[in-house]
Design a protein around this ligand. Structure first.
Ligand code: NAD
Length: 489
């Protein structure tokens, strides 16, 4: 067995480099508190260098000048290399952010590779338009790459969130500067090495680890960045739009937080399936999913039976070492996040919600960050745990009496990312789905997902959509070209 080395240096212009200041930060594993590596603590000077090389790469056409079919081949090779390296990538992700290794493989590495392959395969099948103008003119409507795309991502699905942005941005011919989360920078750096190996020219895909205020803000403010694509909290997302406006009015796309309602009516066609989806949905990835169904809205008549079934499933999610092959609930990303989750649990108790199960930190002796799967009942709309995104394994259960009340409660949120509706009545399902102010509605399931569908939210869940062909619009400008036709006929 060969030892795996974790290299936290930045990747700029095809080279692994330290931050100009020489500063580093520790990458600490939430599994046991061990320091895994040191990453370059990039700041304004490093961002400027990365943007300069990315701009140069864009201007000299070393990537955008390749035909779509050539870019396709390189991206498909990149996806293949991700899969060739699935074990080391999954292991790095699990060590760095604590998710169960089985899901690091199946969801994160495979999902990211699939995304990169999909945009590679798509890009030579996208056509422009010929407008329906009078006969004496021709008007072409074409899409061109925006230029330098700055990308800032969170830590919950580090490779997957990066791939949702780098894949369409690179497929369209842009240059990219990616700032991964300071809590999970290692796999993004490895991805950029694999991209180089696949044939993406040096300077086209750069990765600059660092803190949000020190590396993220200079990227969002940079005058030579043409587009900033952000996934993260609503708080920082608002700052991103301000920074875009304060600088060069770069295009700003934000995929932000959620507090997704999951509405179960008494005529739910399969209660066991609904229970399984509700519980898996909130506890998957230790509750650190933007679209987790964190508000469970039960019709009062099924409240008790639903929760009895739910409680029976909870022991399956007992936290354990995420490196073990069968673990389904691992560690939260770090001590800060764990303390935030525990504070929310305290607020639930203090504001009068009923703690049905969980609520405690566990496995403290490991030095890791583990919290029990937690369910609160008797949650009222005004309570903090019903309104704020906790981003941890905490479910808030509320009750309703009819569809109108369910919709009103579901929409009573600053967020609008996902929602679930469980009913055997097709009319009710559609009427409720239409009334919900969210980007995605799940009817009688909560787990379908595919690269072919747009992902993003209404309201303060952000602006723009990742995934699907729609995402290409974020990384392209629309150009109209007029041509006069003087007919000799
Ligand atoms: P965060 O907003 O704290 O950080 C996200 C990224 O922004 C990190 O890379 C961070 O370093 C950077 N950042 C922080 N301050 C910055 C600043 N002032 N300027 C520029 N960049 C800055 O979010 P997080 O804790 O990493 O991630 C969790 C959040 O992400 C949750 O709210 C979750 O819902 C959201 N999320 C949304 C989606 C979606 O598609 N809608 C997907 C995944 C996660």
């Amino acid at each position: 067995m060969t030892a795996m080395t974790l290299d936290g240096r930045a990747l700029i212009n095809g080279q692994r480099v330290a931050a100009a200041s020489g500063a580093v930060f520790d990458c600490i594993s939430p599994i046991d508190g061990r320091t895994l590596a040191q990453a370059a603590r990039c700041a304004a000077q490093d961002i400027d260098l990365a943007v300069t090389v990315a701009s140069k790469a864009f201007e000299d056409c070393r990537w955008r000048g390749k035909s779509p079919a050539q870019r396709k081949r390189v991206l498909i090779k990149f996806a293949d290399l991700m899969l060739d390296n699935i074990e080391s990538l999954a292991l790095t992700e699990t060590l760095d952010m604590g998710k169960p290794i089985q899901y690091a493989r199946s969801v994160d590495v495979k999902g990211a590779a699939n995304c990169i392959r999909w945009y590679g395969e798509a890009i030579d099948k996208v056509y422009g338009e010929v407008a329906s103008t009078p006969d004496n003119a021709l008007a072409l409507v074409t899409q061109e790459p925006v230029g330098v795309v700055g990308i800032i991502v969170p830590w919950n699905y580090p490779m997957l969130m990066a791939s949702w942005k780098i894949a369409p941005a690179l497929a369209a011919g842009n240059s990219v500067v990616l700032k991964p989360s300071e809590k999970s920078p290692l796999t993004a750096l490895r991805m950029a090495e694999l991209a180089l190996q696949a044939g993406i020219p040096a300077g086209v895909f750069n990765v600059v680890p660092g803190m949000g205020s020190e590396a993220g803000a200079p990227l969002a403010l940079h005058m030579d960045v043409d587009c900033i694509a952000f996934t993260g909290s609503t708080r920082v997302g608002k700052q991103i739009h301000v920074m875009a406006g304060q600088s060069n009015l770069k295009r700003a796309w934000t995929e932000l937080g959620g507090k997704s309602p999951n509405i179960v009516f008494e005529d739910c066609p399969d209660l066991d399936r609904a229970v399984e989806a509700a519980i898996t949905g909130i506890f998957f990835n230790q509750g650190q999913s933007c679209n987790a169904p964190s508000r469970l809205l039960l019709q009062a008549s099924i409240h008790d039976v639903f929760l009895e079934k739910a409680l029976a499933l909870v022991p399956k999610f007992a936290p354990a070492n995420p490196l073990l092959p069968d673990t389904i609930m691992g560690a939260l990303v770090d001590d800060v996040q764990m303390k935030t989750v525990l504070r929310y649990i305290d607020s639930g108790k203090a504001e009068g919600a009923k703690l049905l199960t969980g609520g405690e930190q566990v496995l403290a002796e490991t030095g890791g960050c583990y919290v029990q799967p937690t369910i609160f009942t008797a949650v009222q709309e005004e309570m903090t745990i019903a309104r704020e995104e906790i981003f941890g394994p905490v479910l808030a259960v509320q009750t309703f009496s009819d569809a109108a009340q369910a919709v009103r409660m579901a929409n009573n949120s600053i967020y609008g990312l996902h929602a679930g509706v469980w009913t055997r009545d097709i009319n009710k399902a559609h009427a409720v789905a239409r009334a919900l102010r969210v980007g995605t509605v799940h009817i009688n399931q909560y787990d379908e997902d595919d690269i072919t569908v747009p992902f993003g939210g209404y309201k303060q869940s952000g602006v723009g959509r990742d995934k699907s062909l729609h995402a290409l619009d974020k990384y392209t400008e629309t150009k109209t070209t007029w041509l006069r036709i003087d007919s000799p006929l």
